[in-house]
Design a protein around this ligand. Structure first.
Ligand SMILES: [Zn+2]
Length: 860
């Protein structure tokens, strides 16, 4: 009620004052922006930007689309009045410089002189890092109201794209949660759920795969609509180190990045640190912590020849000020081991109060410096942008590889088409050959997909298509290599199970550019009095199973090979017996899922097994888990019906009455059982959640899950989640790397060769060899079992070189060890999947192992 009244007053103020002129953010909000314990939520931010739009010809607010939770994602375009009236023309110039194959150097010079620098700022992609969402409206206000020569110069030369929050859903959640607890001991504390419906912090790890709506919309701004030359993403970090990070970044760097781009990033960063220092703002660091190797965050832009910058501010507790004593300050990441003066950190901050307003002040200076560099170096940057793009095209014509080919013969052609869909969304040119082509003795049939490298995004294409080799950079000759910031492997074909070839010589082919992904046409080839068969090779077959079960159709599976007239079917093939009304259902499934559905010419073979509807639960801890969120997202995409299962659900028992299958994602067993740390410094710094959300499943939960399995339930555990049943049931399985230190075993996100038993129900439809995404993963040795426990190894790491992409230490520890173990335990089973089978919904090549584990519930 109070809030409604406040809204009415705000609206009245809004209408009475718009005519009088432009309100300041403080006037509009009714409190000083950045004041302690005060936040503008996303709705207020957009209301204010609408006010600015209505009051000034220098700002245009664009509605980009809907977010995951159906909020509106907005982008403010800010420039001089004259530029705003000609946005379309400048967008076209930017597009031409981004795609310069038909632009000759003198035309390019003309475009560079004429063009404006498109500068893109995104704020608050991580929702608790809320300062920038507040800063954005003050920045916008100043830019459109200041009329001094400095601002006029910026706005004449730049078109600024300003996104006040890259994840509005989370911004709203965080402000609501924060306001709720003001004045209590939970003020400024964590939320018990992710600040995005599915992926939380991983909103910024999705920029090549483009799974989430927000990522797709931001990618569209970059790759399809505006082609900015510079991008700045404003973040926050922990509280106890430097006050602010600005570029340049720290080693290692990807070999595919353009050298001039690295220099431009340093130029922008140096101007930021100069302007901050000039104003006496202490604690600014560069060349620290964040590398130039991993393309998963917004820095994917760098592989598209866009200057791609990141700033990180020390956080306070959301909007609550904190006091930091100097004894609490620490270094500890690459580039600053000890918290003391260094060349990249010449003015350490000495401790004291730290508040939201400080964050806004530093960010304003950095944002202005971003505009200053963009405006002063406008022509140089536009020229570099053009040159990087044209050089990429030329290199692609002169250097091997000249192209990648996806042959028509694919294990799962639907997933191969998905890979092309991702490339198209990044605006990569992809072609289909129209005639058989013979290159280097290989025959590529008509319809094979060609991705030529002679195009502006050559760096990005190479980064996505080839295996990664991690560049080991050492700070001393006997030192350890610098540790990667995130994972070390992302090669799309390897993780999606798609076959590709490199073309190492110039080639000529009749090709047609693809405007849409080449999904196979689904085929329903005729009716049968007996039934229909669908191959298990396609990931989409799992959706078909779920749709048929929802439509109450009978779904069977064959556990053996069989022949139907001329056609041979593999073990795992889905069989749907003929029934009334089934045909139209199957026609739709074939069409929408791109599947081929075979009518059987002979009676159904004997001994088929039935897949029954499954009551599926996914454990959701109150210590929010991104892997839980990704699992939920992926299972929803593949149309599994699932229940989120919290601690109370498990503690209340009777699980078999409610569930058939329970999944525990990559969550460590302490978080599951009782997340309060018991020992070490973590226990000292632990901050409890509100009582309702504290604790885990506790002892009774462990007993209940064990009872659930003993009485016939299936428990599926992923990666580190496997240690929960191994230790607590316990199971006759050892994790051989459990006690290894980082110099013995280190796999920070790497693709590893794995063999799969394709005769086992979990391996049905899989190729015999695939890539497992291994990241801080357990490695299993099983033991002789006895009593009512028995084990089958479903997937294993062979005794040969294993590394397919990325960086691993202690690879030998994996040789001849188990990756997936299926254990019978009482009447039920535990399926241990000891790697990241669905990591960030990227490894399409192994999704099926998870889906099969679920559908396998009642089968053996
Ligand atoms: Zn962040």
């Amino acid at each position: 009620m109070k809030r409604n009244l406040a809204m009415v007053i705000l609206l009245l103020l809004f209408f009475s004052l718009t005519q009088a002129g432009i309100q300041t953010p403080d006037e509009f909000l009714g409190f000083p922006l950045g004041a302690d314990r005060q936040l503008a939520d996303y709705h207020q931010i957009i209301q204010y930007l609408k006010h600015l739009e209505a009051s000034s010809p220098k700002l245009e607010l664009l509605h980009l689309g809907k977010t995951t939770d159906n909020n509106d994602l907005f982008l403010a375009v800010i420039s001089s009045e004259k530029n705003i009236s000609q946005l379309e023309m400048y967008r076209k110039i930017s597009n031409k410089l981004a795609h310069p194959s038909s632009v000759n150097p003198s035309e390019a010079e003309e475009l560079i002189k004429q063009g404006k620098l498109i500068a893109f700022i995104t704020c608050n992609i991580h929702s608790t890092e809320i300062g920038a969402s507040q800063m954005a409206i003050e920045f916008a206000y100043e830019l459109i109201t200041r009329t001094d020569p400095e601002i006029n110069f910026y706005l004449d030369n730049i078109i600024l794209l300003l996104m006040p929050s890259a994840n509005p859903d989370g911004q709203i959640m965080v402000t609501e949660w924060y306001r709720k607890w003001i004045g209590t001991q939970h003020e400024g504390g964590r939320m018990p759920w992710l600040y995005h419906r599915y992926v939380g912090h991983d909103t910024n790890r999705d920029f090549f795969m483009l799974n989430q709506k927000e990522t797709k919309l931001i990618n569209k701004v970059m790759s399809q609509d505006w082609f900015p030359q510079a991008h700045l993403d404003e973040h926050q970090m922990g509280s106890r180190g430097p006050r602010m990070f600005v570029p340049p970044f720290k080693d290692p760097m990807s070999e595919n990045l353009s050298p001039i781009l690295m220099r431009l990033e340093a130029l922008y960063g140096s101007n930021m640190s100069f302007r901050l220092e000039e104003k006496g703002m202490a604690g600014v660091i560069d060349s620290w912590a964040y590398d130039s190797y991993w393309p998963g965050g917004t820095r994917t832009a760098a592989w598209k020849n866009i200057v791609s910058l990141l700033t990180e501010m020390a956080s306070c507790n959301v909007a609550t000020p904190i006091y930091i004593d100097e004894v609490e300050l620490s270094g500890g990441r690459k580039g600053l081991v000890d918290y003391k003066q260094q060349i990249n950190f010449p003015n350490p901050w000495q401790g004291g109060w730290w508040r939201l307003r400080d964050i806004i002040e530093y960010e304003l200076v950095a944002s202005y410096a971003f505009l200053e560099t963009s405006a002063k170096f406008r022509e140089d940057i536009l020229r570099s942008f053009y040159k990087m793009n044209i050089e990429a095209i030329n290199k692609g014509k002169q250097e091997s590889p000249y192209a990648y080919i996806l042959p028509t013969e694919q294990h799962d052609p639907i997933t191969a088409a998905k890979l092309v869909e991702i490339l198209l969304e990044h605006r990569i040119e992809v072609y289909k050959i129209q005639q058989e082509m013979i290159i280097e003795g290989c025959i590529y049939p008509e319809e094979s997909i060609v991705i030529p490298l002679a195009q502006p995004l050559r760096s990005f294409i190479k980064e996505m298509m080839e295996p990664q080799t991690f560049p080991e950079v050492r700070l001393s000759s006997d030192g350890e290599p610098l540790y990667p910031y995130d994972v070390t492997a992302w090669s799309l074909p390897i993780q999606m199970g798609v076959t590709y070839e490199k073309i190492n010589q110039p080639f000529n082919a009749e090709m047609q550019r693809l405007l849409y992904p080449p999904y196979p046409e689904g085929k329903f080839t005729g009716t049968s009095q007996y039934g229909y068969a669908i191959s298990r090779r396609f990931n989409n077959t799992s959706i078909a199973i779920n749709q048929m079960l929802k439509a109450n159709a009978k779904v069977f599976v064959t556990s053996f090979k069989f022949n139907d007239s001329e056609t041979q079917f593999e073990a795992g093939t889905i069989i749907i017996p003929s029934a009334k009304g089934l045909t139209s259902e199957l026609v739709t499934i074939a069409k929408e899922l791109h599947l081929t559905i075979h009518p059987l010419e002979q009676p159904l073979p004997e001994g088929l097994k039935e897949i029954k509807p499954i009551r599926l639960g996914l454990y959701k801890p109150w210590q929010a888990s991104m892997d839980e969120g990704w699992t939920r997202w992926l299972l929803e995409q593949f149309e599994f019906n699932l229940t989120s299962v919290d601690n109370d659900f498990i503690k209340n028992g009777d699980l078999n009455k409610k569930l058939d299958v329970l999944i525990i994602a990559d969550i460590d067993k302490q978080t599951i059982i009782n997340p309060r740390p018991k020992r070490s410094s973590a226990a000292k710094f632990y901050r409890p959640l509100p009582e309702k959300y504290e604790g885990g499943i506790e002892k009774e939960g462990v007993t209940n899950i064990k009872e659930f399995v003993k009485s016939g339930g299936t428990l599926i555990t992923l990666n580190d989640g496997c240690m929960f049943p191994i230790d607590e049931f316990p199971l006759p399985v050892i994790n051989v790397v459990e006690n290894s230190n980082r110099s013995e075993y280190n796999a920070p996100g790497v693709m590893i060769k794995m063999n799969v038993d394709t005769e086992h129900p979990i391996g049905w439809g899989m190729p015999e060899t695939t890539a497992a995404f291994v990241s801080r993963s357990p490695v299993f040795v099983t033991a002789q079992s006895y009593g009512d426990v028995s084990r089958t190894v479903v997937a294993r790491y062979p005794d040969e070189p294993l590394l397919l992409s990325g960086w691993i230490k202690g690879e030998k520890l994996l040789h001849r060890k188990a990756a997936i173990v299926d254990l019978k335990f009482g009447k039920g089973k535990v399926i241990l999947i000891g790697f990241r089978v669905q990591h960030r919904a990227q490894p399409h090549g192994t999704f099926k192992l998870l889906f099969n584990s679920i559908h396998n519930h009642d089968l053996n």
